[in-house]
Each structure stands twice: as structure tokens, then as C-alpha cells.
Design a protein around this ligand. Structure first.
Ligand code: PSU
Ligand code: MN
Length: 305
């Protein structure tokens, strides 16, 4: 481990005792949700993981140190700040060597989690192939990371603002198992439906833990994506979302937003267009994913059934 990676005392102890750990990203806090709901959600997510019997490890870069497990003050400072960098794989070394502060995306969080031996990670939605990628080539580094780093990522599906069929194709090409949790259809983030079949279906945390163990024992080097549908009562129907997504993408285009700014811009715009309903959905699915990730982390600690 490089000396710029610093786990909190609690995480160090948990590692020594082989307690179940769940990694959490910080981009969803700094670039995915508005203040103060972002810090409230981050706290609620950590609490939900503890209630299940696992230990949360929120990951971020603070003043050039990759921190695994944040204190409450640090979490709050990160959530409030408007000058936090968004760090994916390409940005991590720069932020660390220049002493910067930044939040980690799915890709960067997977890297950090793996470095300290955490194999389960809960997020909202992963990045993927953006609509229009055939000309922009905008494909999230999250997919590359899933193809190489052995961490199980629990998400509510790829974010629906993406090109979901192309995202699934890339995941397949790069050898990433995509599992619908308790569902035959791939969930579409704000909605439980994407119109696409999930490549595989598993129904219990134990089944997912077994898949991970088998895979790591047989030349499987990359991650696993678990697509966990948003709870029904918090869902926004896909056809209703589609109108907002199209409008938000058009606004991004008109304002010349591109690259890593696209996802945060579109999420904020959709929040506006749905009068805050999208945020409620995002919070509900994040909590739901955190609980499942904790159950998988716990199942991983038990002998294979
Ligand atoms: N899921 C959310 N909100 C977010 C993100 C995911 O509900 O803000 C973040 C994640 O950190 C993900 C990133 O890795 O968006 C993808 O950004 P990009 O498309 O630029 O790779
Ligand atoms: Mn991108």
C-alpha cells in the first residue's frame, strides 16, 4: 500500500478482525446530490450499513491523502465544499501528488477499495456509455475499472441518462458479469425497468457471495455488477423520466457541457425538472443498495454453502 492511502482506525481494526466492510464513493456526495441532502444521505447510508452488521468505508482524497473511512466532520466539509475535484482513475495520481482534495467516482473508489482489501462497494448508479458515444467517445472509466478490479459493485443499474444497451455490450465485451438482483429485467436507476433483460438473475446475497468466490478462484480478475432495482414506492416510471433526461441532455448540449461535467450537470437538471422527486428516488435506491452490499459483505465472510 502506498503511504498516501490512510485507512481510519476503525477500518484498520475491521481489517485486522476480518469484519465485513462496504466501500462507499464520495462523488455522489459532492457532485451527485445538493447540500444538505447529500450529507444527510451519506450519514443515513453509513448507518444503514451498520444496522445490517457491516462497517462503512467512505472513500475520498483529502489534502493529497486517499482516505478510507471518513470522520463526520470530514464528511460534512466535503459535502459543503464547492471546490472538490471529481476524481476518476485518470485523476487520482494527480490529486494525490499535488495535495488536492477530491471525491472518488465508482472507478477510483474501486481502485482504493481493492488496495485495502475491501471487495464490496455500494453506489447509486454506475457510469457507462453516454448517448452519442459513437461520435463523442464518452465512455465512463467505471466500465474499464469493472473489467479489471475484483470488487462487487451494487448499483441500481447504469444511470438511465446513458445508452443502456451499449453499456451492457461493453460490460459483456470486457467480461463483467451483470446480475439482476431478484429481477429478470435490468433495472434503469430511477425506474425498475430498462426494457432490457438482465444477463443473469440471483436472488440472495449468499448467491452473489458464492459467485464472487468462484470467480476469484478461477482466473476472474475483474468486478461484478449487481443491479438492484429501486424500491417500488420510490420509483419514477421510465417513460416519465425519459422526457426529463432528453430535456436535461439537450440543455447540457446547448450550454457546451462535456466530459466529466456531463453527469453532474444532468443529475442537477433532472432534480430541477422533477421538482426534487429524482433526489428522493436517488436517496431511496442508495439506501437499498447499501443494505444489500452489507449483506453480501457478511455472506462473503461465511464458508461457501
Ligand atoms: N451515481 C449517482 N450519482 C453520481 C454518480 C453515480 O447516483 O453522481 C457518479 C459516480 O461517481 C460515477 C460517476 O462513477 O458519477 C460517473 O461519472 P462519469 O460518467 O463522468 O464517468
Ligand atoms: Mn465521461
Amino acid at each position: 500500500m502506498i503511504d498516501r492511502i490512510v485507512p481510519s482506525r476503525e477500518i484498520e481494526e475491521a481489517r485486522a478482525e476480518r469484519s465485513p466492510l462496504v466501500a462507499l464513493e464520495s462523488t455522489i456526495i459532492t457532485h451527485g446530490m445538493p447540500w444538505p441532502q447529500n450529507v444527510e444521505t451519506a450519514r443515513a447510508v453509513e448507518a444503514a450499513i451498520r444496522t445490517e452488521g457491516a462497517i462503512p468505508a467512505t472513500i475520498a482524497v483529502i489534502d493529497g491523502t486517499l482516505r478510507i473511512g471518513l470522520g463526520d466532520d470530514e464528511l460534512e466539509a466535503l459535502a459543503k465544499s464547492e471546490e472538490v475535484m471529481k476524481l476518476s482513475r485518470a485523476d487520482l495520481a494527480f490529486a494525490l501528488s499535488e495535495g488536492r482534495t477530491g471525491s472518488t467516482t465508482v472507478a477510483a473508489t474501486m481502485m482504493a477499495a481493492h488496495e485495502v482489501g475491501i471487495s464490496v462497494f455500494a453506489t447509486g448508479g454506475i457510469g457507462g456509455v453516454h448517448r452519442g458515444a459513437e461520435t463523442s467517445l464518452d465512455i465512463s472509466a467505471d466500465l474499464e475499472e469493472l473489467s479489471r478490479t475484483p470488487v462487487c459493485v451494487v448499483a441500481a443499474g447504469p444511470k438511465a441518462l446513458l445508452d443502456i444497451p451499449k453499456t451492457l455490450e461493453v460490460l459483456e465485451t470486457r467480461g463483467v458479469p451483470v446480475i439482476g438482483f431478484g429481477c429478470d429485467e435490468l433495472p434503469g436507476f430511477w425506474s425498475r425497468h430498462s426494457g432490457l433483460e438482465a444477463p443473469y438473475r440471483l436472488d440472495t446475497a449468499e448467491d452473489i457471495a458464492r459467485l464472487m468466490k468462484v470467480r476469484s478462484g478461477f482466473g476472474g480478475h475483474g468486478g461484478v455488477l449487481v443491479a438492484n432495482p429501486v424500491p417500488e414506492e420510490a420509483e419514477i416510471p421510465a417513460d416519465e423520466m425519459e422526457g426529463h433526461i432528453t430535456a436535461a441532455l439537450e440543455a447540457a448540449d446547448a450550454q457546451g457541457i462535456h466530459g466529466k461535467e456531463v453527469t453532474p450537470f444532468v443529475l442537477a437538471k433532472i432534480f430541477e425538472l422533477t421538482a426534487g422527486r429524482s433526489l428522493k428516488t436517488n436517496i431511496a435506491l442508495m439506501l437499498n443498495n447499501a443494505r444489500l452490499a452489507a449483506r453480501i459483505a457478511i455472506a462473503l465472510r461465511k464458508p461457501v454453502a
